[in-house]
Design a protein around this ligand. Structure first.
Ligand code: C5P
Length: 411
């Protein structure tokens, strides 16, 4: 996949404290710089016991800061200069001790000093805890984490799994790619904060027999990009996914289904708990009327088998017809006459917004071109009608949705 410049123009202070996960932060520096950020690494004494400043200087292209007495800055105040230049400070890994020191507002080494001195309105603090599971679950650490959240610090993770000490449990630092995703999300406008968004994505699979079925070419990429963009915009997101092999966007609740009926049975009871329903899934319109218990065999058959099909429930129309439906957005994957078909769908499904796209041109691809159609207007995304990557389009769609929701009287 192509590298996106989501952090272009951002300056990040990456703080390392003394944990074995420091070796993963080398990869994190690469990912941050590939995403367009400039990275200034600051290491505590403990971090230097695990990895050397040399590695991080080479990867970031900048000398690493390790001491509050560093006299390189003109004003001789490294903590002030570092925190004034930064758009965010990310401490990864953050040890239990470092979290405790942040909570107490300690300032006896360069990194804690820089965190304390940062202008909170313009430079966020994000920490990625990494420690043994007993240390993580200790009431003292949990108390510190609650306090940090209350103080406005974003706590990323930790994950559960194998630990360097040989134990298994909560306390692993998030992977570098996950930290990158979290940092990118941090910089997105929170236009859907407080909203709950339900998304369907991918194809459905309608079984014929235990090994065959009817499906389509939808990759789920657009729906997954929408779920990610909605989460980045601050919404609580539930993603109901057909059979696809895509990673779940961070912070998104995912429910996997196979058939249209399963998707419908999952979505409809959840719809009332959500403010928005975005039906991105390419749901099979028909399914085999009966399911063969065993594989249909070729041997001994002179004529090919035929199947009777029966109609699947229309999930979007069902949700839109609920007594107090969420704001419903449908997708129209067409091969021609996009505007005409999208308008027809708007009326047929009784939804306020349909997003049209040309199916054959976008199925499985990382980019797309959208046409937003409501009862009165239509508008192309991107505006020039050309293709853009699906995540950028999804972010623009979230902004459009936020505008529309803000115009609606609140339920
Ligand atoms: O009915 P049609 O496939 O033309 O409409 C597409 C829109 O309706 C998409 O938003 C799709 O997710 C939704 N849909 C649905 N349930 C179906 C068929 C389509 O929710 N059975």
């Amino acid at each position: 996949m192509s590298v996106r410049a989501d952090l272009q123009g951002r300056h990040i202070v990456l703080g390392l404290t003394g944990g074995i996960a420091c070796y993963k932060s080398a990869e994190l520096v690469r990912l941050l710089t590939q995403a367009g950020a400039t990275v200034q690494v600051v290491m505590t004494e403990g971090a230097q016991a695990f990895v050397t400043p040399l590695t991080f200087q080479a990867l970031s292209g900048r000398p690493v800061y390790t001491s509050q007495w560093d006299n390189r800055p003109d004003n001789n105040m490294a903590h002030i200069q570092l925190s004034r230049e930064a758009d965010a400070i990310l401490v990864a890994p953050a040890t239990a001790d470092f979290l405790a020191r942040l909570v107490q507002g300690r300032a006896d080494d360069l990194l804690s000093l820089t965190c304390l001195a940062r202008p909170r309105g313009q430079c966020a603090l994000l920490v990625a805890p990494a420690m043994n599971r007993e240390m993580w679950s200790h009431p003292a650490t949990q108390r510190n984490v609650r306090q940090l959240c209350e103080d406005g610090t974003a706590v990323l993770g930790p994950a559960a799994g194998d630990q360097a000490c040989g134990e298994v449990g909560d306390g692993r630092m998030l992977e570098p790619a996950e930290l990158l995703e979290a940092l990118i999300a941090h910089f997105q406008p929170k236009c859907l904060s407080g909203r709950r968004v339900l998304v369907t994505a991918g194809p459905t699979f309608e079984p014929i027999d235990p090994v065959r079925g009817i499906t389509n070419l939808s990759s789920g990429k657009m729906g997954f990009a929408i779920a990610r963009a909605a989460r980045e915009a601050g919404a609580q997101v539930t993603l109901v996914a057909g059979p696809v092999h895509l990673p779940t966007p961070q912070g998104v609740r995912r429910l996997d289904v196979q058939t249209a009926r399963q998707m419908c049975d999952t979505v409809v009871p959840l719809a009332g708990e959500h403010d928005v329903f975005i039906a991105t899934a390419a749901v099979a319109d028909w399914r085999p009327a009966s399911l063969s218990e065993h594989k249909i065999k070729k041997e001994g058959k002179k004529v090919a088998p035929t199947f009777e099909l029966t109609e699947n429930p229309d999930i979007l129309a069902t949700v839109a017809a609920l007594r107090s439906p969420p704001y419903c957005v449908g997708f129209a994957a067409e091969s021609e006459s996009l505007l005409e078909h999208a308008r027809a769908k708007l009326t047929r499904k009784r939804v306020p917004l349909i997003v049209g796209n040309l199916g054959p041109a976008t199925f499985g691809k990382d980019d797309n071109a959208l046409l937003l159609v409501d009862a009165h207007t239509h508008r192309a995304l991107p505006a020039d009608g050309r293709h853009a990557d699906k995540l950028s389009l999804a972010r623009e769609l979230m902004q459009e949705l936020a505008r529309r929701l803000n115009q609606e009287p609140k339920a």
